[in-house]
Every structure is written in structure tokens, then in C-alpha cells.
Design a binder for this molecule. Structure first.
Ligand code: 1GP
Length: 245
């Protein structure tokens, strides 16, 4: 079974939680600890990456760390064409749909396409849409941010992603955002899509996690909250449980 099939099956059963681990934010040992605790807390998949550009070797060491302590599939969430590794189970082959830069729309993907095929890694086509405030990824990705009151624009991007044949849509408020993507946007986008909807950025509490899930997110992503937690298990477990209620 492919990772995408696995995601779709899990989404058909209920809400899915993914833990984002940023290799630029900690060493492989800490990544391994977070992964083990997150898996125990009920996370379904790992995403590895972020907007700080790192090379494939550093990415591979982080993936090795995660795989040393957890069994769930690892998906690369790349910030550039250099963030590829054969050790992952899959990679989001993603386009930042509201970027003003051709690099994030298409060039990184063109650069990575042949190396990825040689690696024989599963590529999951994904449309990535950044909503205000966008944080670092909004700035680095030169996003023409979707305003928090502009659900219509978010819907247009998401429907375009589906028409392009992308398998997933990701609504992103930005890692460490003070606020997650508004429920009003999540609801409208979900109503307009037949493919799974991923939502992340700024989800730090069980209340926020439940709100995002209730609004229509199929996949709820958290990253920073685990990186900053003293006790990863007891911080993440209620957040994951709230998403799945
Ligand atoms: C970032 O959506 C993810 O791409 C996770 O965001 O770090 O705020 O949880 P946080």
C-alpha cells in the first residue's frame, strides 16, 4: 500500500493527526525522542521538514532518528529542492499555490523531479496554501497571503489544486502562528473539495485542535507544541484525542 492510500484510508475512518518535526530545530536524538512520544500519544504520520533550507544529509539523519524510535510513515515536507532523502516513505510533491515566486510554484519541483524518480520515493502531489499571518514560511515562500476573512480566495486555490489533479490540499497559517487558520475558511474549503484537507500552523491546545477538526480538517498537523513541550506525551495526547473526538 502507498502512503497516500494509507492517508486516504485513515481519513475515511476518522480524523488523522500528523506530527511535524523540523530537522533545523533540533538534533536527531531530540527528533527521535519527540517521535517516540508522539507515536505513543497517537499520532498517525510524521512530517519532516520546514522552511529553513537544510541539505539531504541532515534531513536523512533526522529521518534515521525518527525511524529508530517510531514505526509510523515518514513524509518529507520540503522547503526546497535540496530537502530530499531516500530514507523517507514519501515526499509531498508540493506547490505553494499562492507564492509570487516561480521558484516555489514550480522551479524547486522541476529541479527535484529526476533525482526523486531515481530515489524511487513515493511522491504525493499537494497544493499548499498560506493564510495570514503566514509567519516564516509566508515570508520565505513570498506568499500572497490569503486574508483571514477571505474564504473565497482560499476556496479558489483549493479547487484549482484539485483540478490540477493534486491529491491533498494543505491550509497553513505558518509554524508558530499565534492563531490557526480560521474555522470559517476551513469550513468553506472543505465543502468545496473531494480530496483530503490538511490544516496546520498555530494549533497548540486541545480546544484549537477540536475546533480545526470540527470545522472540517481531515488531517491536523502540530509541530512547535511538541518541540517546546517538557513532556511531549502528556502535551500531545490531549491534543490528538481532541482532534479525533
Ligand atoms: C507548519 O503547520 C505546521 O508547517 C505546524 O505548525 O509548528 O505551529 O504547529 P506549528
Amino acid at each position: 500500500m502507498t502512503v497516500l492510500e494509507d492517508i486516504k484510508i485513515e481519513c475515511s475512518k476518522g480524523k488523522v493527526h500528523m506530527t511535524l518535526i523540523d530537522p533545523a530545530a533540533q538534533d536527531p536524538d531530540k527528533s527521535a525522542t519527540i517521535a517516540g512520544e508522539a507515536e505513543r500519544a497517537g499520532t498517525d504520520f510524521f512530517m519532516v521538514g520546514g522552511s529553513t533550507d537544510i541539505d539531504g544529509k541532515r534531513l536523512s539523519r533526522c529521518i534515521e532518528g525518527i525511524k529508530s524510535s517510531a514505526d509510523k510513515p515518514v513524509i518529507i515536507f520540503p522547503g526546497s529542492s535540496s530537502m530530499i532523502s531516500p530514507l523517507a516513505d514519501a515526499i509531498y510533491f508540493m506547490s505553494l499555490l499562492n507564492s509570487k515566486s516561480i521558484d516555489f510554484l514550480m522551479r524547486h519541483q522541476v529541479t527535484a523531479a529526476v533525482p526523486l524518480r531515481k530515489m524511487k520515493i513515493e511522491t504525493i502531489p499537494m497544493g499548499y496554501i498560506i493564510v495570514e499571518p503566514g509567519m516564516t514560511v509566508g515570508r520565505v515562500g513570498q506568499a500572497d497571503l490569503v486574508r483571514r476573512d477571505d474564504a473565497a480566495s482560499a476556496v479558489s486555490y483549493a479547487v484549482a489544486a484539485q483540478m490540477f489533479g493534486m491529491s491533498l490540499v494543505y491550509l497553513e497559517a505558518g509554524s508558530g502562528s499565534p492563531e490557526h487558520v480560521p474555522g470559517s475558511i476551513i469550513r468553506r474549503v472543505k465543502e468545496s473539495l473531494d480530496i483530503p484537507l490538511i490544516v496546520g500552523g498555530g494549533i497548540r491546545t486541545p480546544e484549537a485542535s477540536a475546533e480545526v477538526a470540527r470545522a472540517g480538517a481531515d488531517v491536523i498537523v502540530t509541530g512547535t507544541v511538541a518541540e517546546r513541550a517538557q513532556d511531549v506525551y502528556s502535551t500531545l495526547e490531549p491534543i490528538i484525542r481532541a482532534a479525533k473526538l
